[in-house]
Unconditional design. Structure first.
Length: 369
């Protein structure tokens, strides 16, 4: 089982120069062979790798770079083109130095978590920060990825092959309703708000966007303002990510069988009825929540399920199974059953139904009669 550990890196001036030069070289190779692919769709990866040896002779700065790194860059481009052809994903775009830059290496790395340093043959001793409570990583290091964000911050991700955890005996189960007014509602009544982590930066970002629009494009003040805006977006993204990590950690620590629904966000938007509601739906990072629940459940030996997108969890009474189609309307916030007269919050009712569906999936997969 693979697991990555991401650290904030603090390179000195010399280390910054080395990494920035490598970013530029990998970006050059990627863009060069992307251009060749556009000129000739039939060119193979073997031909590109063979051509790279000639390219090194033409551009001497490439001869100083790690051979594995440059070849893996060509493979990465080839994989992106394959995804485009097979899955219909967007065609690869040219890389820019103004966007996020990264490269991956296979090196003999020494990581000292107590001293918070990383020793690399290429960079030497590099200061890192993160996972202060972790003394040792139990596993085999596969590769390292060095990246630089738009806000000029550096990060290092270490990919380890770790032992597969033993599956826990399920004792506590939970259903999760991904909502709008409340980000998450659990079947035990616990609820997490949606907008606490975005209000702080939203007004500042809008103000900075208006300021940027008044600047002359390409000027020093424009570039300075653009960088400040990128920092604000980074802070917003980090605040959101931290909030989601906190929630998903609590859930995967406390519960053994975790079930949520597959959502189509577009179908949740109510056109012309509630614009604020629609904007909140668009802002809620449902896919990130599900992604984190999936991998954290896997690492902790817990069970994670997703029920069918079209299961009417909000329309079915969690007590008597009576279905009321009136609750397709998202503006109805209280669920009142016309058959048994049960009355409760619609999101809580939905999460209880989701929990029962998760139990059915667990019984189907693991209990043999």
């Amino acid at each position: 089982m693979y697991k990555s550990y991401k650290f904030r890196a603090y390179p000195n001036d010399k280390q910054k120069q080395i990494t920035n030069q490598t970013f530029g070289n990998t970006r050059f190779v990627y863009n060069y062979y992307l251009s060749k692919q556009q000129q000739d769709n039939n060119i193979t990866i073997k031909e590109c790798i063979s051509d790279y040896n000639k390219l090194k002779q033409t551009y001497q700065f490439l001869s100083k770079e790690n051979q594995y790194l440059m070849i893996s860059t060509i493979y990465k481009l080839n994989n992106n083109i394959k995804k485009y052809k097979s899955n219909g994903l967007g065609y690869p775009k040219y890389k820019s130095k103004y966007n996020k830059n990264s490269y991956t290496l296979k090196e003999n790395i020494i990581v000292n978590l107590k001293k918070q340093i990383l020793i690399s043959p290429n960079l030497g001793e590099l200061k890192i920060r993160g996972y202060k409570k972790l003394d040792k990583i139990n596993g085999t290091l596969i590769n390292i990825t060095i990246s630089k964000e738009k806000n000029d911050k550096y990060y290092i991700s270490l990919l380890y092959d770790i032992p597969t955890p033993k599956r826990t005996i399920p004792r506590v189960t939970v259903g999760i309703d991904l909502g709008v007014r409340k980000l998450l509602t659990l079947s035990d009544g616990t609820a997490y708000d949606n907008n606490k982590y975005i209000d702080k930066y939203e007004k500042r970002i809008k103000r900075k966007q208006r300021e940027l629009a008044r600047k002359e494009k390409g000027s020093k003040n424009y570039n300075k303002c653009k960088k400040e805006l990128a920092i604000l977006y980074s802070k917003l993204s980090n605040a959101r990510r931290f909030y989601i990590h906190k929630i998903t950690k609590n859930i995967t620590d406390e519960y053994d069988i975790i079930t949520c629904e597959k959502l189509k966000t577009k179908e949740m938007i109510i056109e012309g009825k509630d614009n604020k509601l629609s904007s909140k739906i668009n802002d809620a990072t449902f896919s990130e929540i599900i992604r984190q629940l999936q991998y954290k459940s896997k690492y902790k030996g817990k069970q994670f399920y997703q029920i069918n997108t079209y299961y009417p969890s909000s329309q079915i009474c969690s007590r008597c199974d009576n279905q009321d189609r009136r609750y397709k309307d998202l503006t109805r916030r209280k669920y009142k059953c016309t058959k048994c007269n049960q009355e409760l919050d619609r999101d809580l009712n939905a999460s209880i139904n989701i929990m029962f569906e998760g139990l059915k999936l667990y019984m189907k997969n693991y209990v043999r009669i």
